[in-house]
Design a protein around this ligand. Sequence first.
Ligand code: ADP
Length: 454
Amino acid sequence: MFNKVLIANRGEIAVRILRACRTLGIGAVVAYSEADRDSLAAQIADEAICIGPADARRSYLCAPALISAAMVTGCDAIHPGYGFLSEDEGFADVVRAHDLAFIGPSAEVLERFASKEATRRLLAAHGLRTVPGSAMLRDEAHALAEAERIGYPVLIKPSGGGGGKGMRLVRNAQELESTFKVSRSEAKAAFGDDSLYLEKFLEENRHIEIQVAVDRFGNAVHMFERDCSVQRRHQKIIEETPTPALNEAQRLDLAECALKAVTAAGYENLGTLEFLVDNKGDAYFIEINCRIQVEHAITEMVTGIDMVALQIKIAAGEPLGIAQSDIVATGHAIEFRILAEDPAKDFRPQAGLVGAYLTPGGPGVRMDSHLYPGYEIPTYYDSLLGKLCVWAPDRATAIARGDAALRELLVDGVTTNIELHRAILANQVFLDGKVTTSLLDRVGSAPFVAAGSR
Ligand code: ADP
């Protein structure tokens, strides 16, 4: 096992990783930017080190700063969290070249799964159904020909993508012509890689993902699925497990197929395979995330497995230590992403000083957050303030607990989406378990915002 881990991330994930290190009895150093000097992670850590200015490119994304921070503090491993450098094979390689361990897949594994388009082909070759789509697009003429073959509407997707950036829906050839170049430059700006591919746009679908864990010895398990269909502009806002959209046999079949394909393709460490599922229950693979995910906490709640600790153990070369038959998912869990944004003003990101901060409690309630009263939310980073997760023996009770917990949660001084969550929970489509990924964008969030305001 490692002696000391550098936590190369911020916000609630830095706090979460710190907790896992402490549980495992290993040291941890929190790396923070100048804008995060007063962060909760830096305050509660035994050791913390400044890695540069607020601009992430010069701190959280700056490999030399992170490597030197790890070396001067005597760390033997770096945990990149999620986002930032967590799926960067170049960084994983540099970390290893400095005799440090990268907590995540190896550089080779990250490279194999780096291109979304190549991963689609790789996993299709190992038996997963994928959304009909194109190979990498050479130019606009190629894009037009491929879109014609696939049939409109299609989505233009950056192959190096993530976070919905550069992804564009086009309904006809004219739209494709006017969008193609914009997508290319957006992809280049966001990922340093302008390669694009097309996918058939599935109008009504659910986003269901399978959590897997694979160690170096070929032991592999899945931890069932998460349903992340409540989205806004292709970004998840509520996740739950189990999915209300599939029956027991369909759930297990999807999890087993995903695990089989990904292990055959040579995956290692924790990972998530994302699928779009149509109303017949047919699942189409879209992408793999080679890292811990924001929504891992609901899987922890139903399985009782500390996934961050498990990830650290795998990276340290330890065997999984759990068999598939040991993993039992009990009850129902829901996560609400608490975001600093104003639903009434087109979800504009908010910053500011947190006044009173009251967190909910009671059975089955978990709040993972880096907030505290008096915390000044910096403007430089994403708007995730924390995750409120609830667990209950069944879905209806989990929804009731979720609403009760959201009512108790108070973040004074900053506008948040707490009331939007409550409105979604009260919505009949959600109660029926029938939300599709485009619901909020199609009906607009106005009805939810109006219903949710107190
Ligand atoms: P990113 O990596 O940028 O998050 P994904 O490929 O994971 O992009 O897709 C994010 C979301 O976009 C999905 O959960 C879904 O809502 C929507 N989406 C992606 N591909 C399709 C598709 N082919 N048809 C319809 N919606 C899609």
